[in-house]
Design a protein around this ligand. Sequence first.
Ligand code: PLP
Length: 393
Amino acid sequence: MKQKNPFSPLEFVNKQVREIPPSGIRRFFDIAATMEDVISLGVGEPDFVTPWHIRSEAVRSLEKGRTYYTANAGLMELRQEIARYQEKNIHVSYDPKTEIVVTVGASEALDGALRALVEPGDEVLIPEPSFVCYKPCTVLAGGIPVPIETKAENGFKLTPELLRNAITEKTKLLVLPYPNNPTGGIMTEEDLSLIVPIIKEANIMVISDEIYSELTYTGKHVSIATFDGMKERTVVINGFSKAFAMTGWRLGYACAHPDVLSAILKIHQYGIMSASTFSQYAAIEALKHGRADIERMKEEYNIRRKFLVDALNEMGMTCFNPYGAFYVFPSIQKFHMTSEEFCQKLLEEQRLAVVPGTAFGDSGEGYVRISYAYSKESIAKALKRLEAFAKDH
Ligand code: PLP
């Protein structure tokens, strides 16, 4: 065969992948990395180092020569601990043998769940603003993402009306992203009770991303899987990155009905094999003895949350009071700039990096995401720069 000249590798790249935009969160940090004296309140990653007792378990596992693959679904002891944790925290019983898979972060669990459930042409409902991976992973699974615009005045919740209006005959699945990144919105037991009958009537499944479940500042997180008849309809996703400050360990999990779980497991088996072994040993320790660490970090986040929300409101940047995760999502409408322009100017003029709301869907226009997973000193310094910016504009 005659070779085309000049050879173009891009022509060989899958069209769908070519068309997916790269994550809007990272873009500003790549620019910021080339500048000096930048303060960033951009990345959604705990500033705490993983507690030592957890790290030392990983070291011990390596010293003991535990350097082999684990079972595809993860170490049985870890799955048993996850089952115990879920029973205690969301009051749902999962069989560690058939209903839990340990994954490479919640990210892999989300991708696996979408690929396991979505057929070409299926519609996947995604309340927005929300985390950046739901949409592209839906597209890669052959599905059609259907964004549902949530509003600050409703606490960025998925209301029954919004859900009902978005359901069509093609709807297969709802992604439930609460506590929410980037808005900090949560769904209370009452909020969930209003959407459960609609989900059942429409006969759809739910992927509930509960990665921020431990970071709920007004009472305890409630999972939709606890409702009658909802365990089998829901894939619960969680992980170790946020609650235990273990982002770099890349460990998460999915809990689901055995029929769905075995499908996710097949994808995991062929694409990943098993999650990192020493990370799994560390995670067992985290679940067994990490409760006090979670509470300590959460207390600190809560102090920063209040500090930041008060300061932003004082500055006239109307700020929805976030009840979960570690982000605030203030309105920038009074500046008469798009979110992108605002972030670009703030970075250029004040060397402060935050994320445009549009990185989380079109409905994020008019907002920016500010993370408080940073030290109070960094937050205070950043606020001074933001104040100077507000004065100039
Ligand atoms: N889900 C949400 C809502 C997130 O914000 C993140 C990370 O920022 C993830 C999932 C992915 O977490 P992990 O580090 O476990 O892959």
